[in-house]
Design a protein around this ligand. Sequence first.
Ligand code: S3P
Length: 171
Amino acid sequence: MLIYLIGFMGCGKTTIGKELAKKLKYEFIDLDEWIEKKSRSSIAKIFEKHGENYFRKKETDALKKTSKLKKKVIATGGGAPCFNENMELMNKTGITVYIEMPAGALFHRLSNSKPNRPLIAGMLDSELMEFIMYTLPQREVFYSNARITVNGMKMDIKKLVGQIKEEIGEI
Ligand code: S3P
């Protein structure tokens, strides 16, 4: 069984994913780290050298490979569900969990970590807010196809584990 965590940059996929993996006794995979290892390059360098389209291909390749594994919690990049039918692939091969968070909270969490994220690096705070307000609704169209949606502002890992076990029981 695979658990995919999806949601906007900064919603806590990695932190929650690590905790969830521990509770389920699954291994944790960060899809961006997987891509970085395989391409021996950072996400920022991949964007800089080859552009976003190339990164999206690498991301889909990584998802296709990881979707064949078992007993993993996979934290995906914020854009992953929105390209190349990745959301369909994830829903076919595992349980998708959307970590929902309002724009204001995302802004506060992202305003200090802009440099590590190529899509928002170099943005002024006002530009970052505009980016979130513009991009979040577009991405929510994809995120809303998740099997489970949780409120990232009130994370309850125990409850999430229960929801996941219920879903696994149904498969
Ligand atoms: C992206 C999010 C990033 C990373 C890349 C693109 C996006 O991952 O995949 O910079 O399109 O939202 P995080 O959501 O882990 O920051």
